[in-house]
Design a protein around this ligand. Sequence first.
Ligand SMILES: NC(=O)c1ccc[n+]([C@@H]2O[C@H](COP(=O)([O-])OP(=O)(O)OC[C@H]3O[C@@H](n4cnc5c(N)ncnc54)[C@H](O)[C@@H]3O)[C@@H](O)[C@H]2O)c1
Length: 341
Amino acid sequence: MNYKNLDPSKIYLITGVAGFIGYHLAEKLLEQGCIVVGIDNINDYYDVSLKHSRLEKLIPYDQFTFKKGDISDKGMLMNAFKEYKPNIVINLAAQAGVRYSIENPDTYIKSNIIGFYNILEACRYHSVNHLLYASSSSVYGANKKVPFEESDFVDTPVSLYAASKKSNELMAHTYSHLYDIPTTGLRFFTVYGPMGRPDMAYFGFTNKYFDGKPIKIFNNGNFEQDLYRDFTYIDDIVEGINRLINKPPNTDVQHKVYNIGNNNPEKLMGFISALEKALSNALEKEVEFDKSFEPIKPGDVPTTYASIELLNEAINFQPKTTLEDGLQKFVDWYVDYYKVK
Ligand SMILES: NC(=O)c1ccc[n+]([C@@H]2O[C@H](COP(=O)([O-])OP(=O)(O)OC[C@H]3O[C@@H](n4cnc5c(N)ncnc54)[C@H](O)[C@@H]3O)[C@@H](O)[C@H]2O)c1
């Protein structure tokens, strides 16, 4: 991969650094000799020991500084900007998950709205070269037209999570307009890989297999008209963010939003067979999930995937990792990390 565009004299602030994407990005920047400051509140939305394991891999780098803190704490954030003077800010700290937002709305407002507002305020008073922040493919809600394009109408979110991410895009636009802050929003499409998120399907299915429990598949058991989804391997995401870091928008209002996905929808059942195959390879025996087929969930759309034309034009972005290779890397990590062979 080519990271030669990165300037090692700059200071990179990554929020959510103990999270899945934040950790992988930080590691790649550190490998290139960059100075990275990471912030995370290490919340217990999922297994905290996984967050500590990620941090343990970053701590040995001399150019890495970790600060435990909550981005909804404006004083903490302002002090961090004053102390470390970051040039590039990548805001990945957020409450993720669509279903969790039904039971726990407060945390979405706290982290995703107030927290992001604080990031914008900090960038307003401490000038930065570029602020990149995580949005989500969830903003497309129940849109049926595929592929999803950045110009599509996304004003009808169907979860508070999606509403918070769309709000981030609006807030970023306003701050770019008012204070000339270069900002880029990234609409991630299901990112997966080693050290990934236990709340996501590929991870949950793998847990179920080792717990000897069936996996639930919400496609009516209809393989002819299966659901199609876009999966993006973590290294391709990190590569995309790296290339974008030095490409702040040069439009009038310096704000841009990009899809960052795979543009290659996979059948849900194809994804499950690839996971079975990866497990079979890792365990050196035939693995088949115990499957329970459930009705399609209300609101689930048959096909979702990203148009990545805009990102391709901007940074020549083209994901390289096949689902088979990516899932094998995930499973190999899982088997080793949880010592389940
Ligand atoms: N992984 C995906 O498929 C995906 C898809 C769409 C969008 N996203 C977005 O990308 C970003 C990173 O996702 P991820 O998969 O790495 O999630 P993650 O949950 O693994 O990482 C987020 C990290 O942020 C931290 N955090 C949460 N609230 C915080 C707060 N208020 N202050 C400080 N730290 C806080 C958490 O402890 C966690 O370590 C998130 O904004 C998420 O919404 C991810």
